[in-house]
Design a protein around this ligand. Structure first.
Ligand code: MLT
Length: 210
């Protein structure tokens, strides 16, 4: 598929931002769309570009990035195939929007954090950095065999999040580090969501990591 066709077939928003600033790949949570994380992106870095695709799986009308059998029980084959699609989208966007030389930083929340982590694990060359808010290990019993030594990832979680349980968060951190990624973890008291302290942690990490 050509880059132009990949992009025209995939609803998304693109805002160039300031030259030389990173481009945030914004990955919304379940039920969101390409506009959902725009305010978050502005809070994190008002100069950053934004590339925000819409999740192409529908669950009872809610946009998602991959199918699931139940809450927290993912269809891992679908996770794997959708992360390859997302890597293709990123490559097409790099070409179409002339993004070579700009850092692409995935910023995902919840289901969007999970596809970001899957893409980081399976297609590390697609993403320069990842900020995963309320994400967890997305590959079930499977593991990555990719070289992640160039990857830098921030995992931001609540320590009592029933949708991203701590053992799965710990597993994600271990799996990423085990393949060589540099992972920073910001764990705060509380549940699913993005707290003010999470934003502060993400801003600080971004200013040193990009
Ligand atoms: C997922 O399905 O990715 C997680 O359970 C979070 C969510 O409900 O979106």
């Amino acid at each position: 598929m050509t880059a132009t066709k990949t992009l025209t077939d995939w609803p998304h928003l693109y805002v160039p931002g300031q030259p030389g600033a990173p481009v945030f790949l914004l990955l919304h949570g379940t039920g969101g769309d390409e506009r959902s994380l725009r305010p978050l992106a502005v809070e994190l870095d008002p100069d950053a570009g934004m590339l925000a695709p819409r999740g192409r799986v529908s669950e009872d009308g809610m946009n998602r990035w991959f199918r699931r059998h139940a809450e927290g029980v993912f269809d891992v084959d679908d996770v794997i195939s959708r992360s390859a699609d997302l890597a293709g989208f990123i490559e097409a966007a790099r070409e179409q929007y002339g993004l070579d030389g700009r850092a692409i930083v995935a910023v995902g929340f919840s289901n969007g954090a999970n596809i970001a982590l899957a893409t980081a694990l399976l297609h590390p060359a697609s993403l320069d950095r990842v900020v995963a808010f309320s994400g967890m290990y997305p590959l079930g019993e499977r593991e990555s065999s990719s070289d992640l030594t160039a990857s830098r990832i921030l995992m931001v979680n609540g320590d009592a999040d029933p949708m991203a349980p701590l053992p799965s968060v710990t597993r994600a951190v271990g799996a990423l580090r085990g393949r060589g990624a540099e992972v920073e973890q910001h764990l705060r008291p509380g549940g699913h969501g993005i707290a003010q302290a999470d934003l502060t942690a993400a801003r600080e990490w971004l200013s040193s990591a990009t």
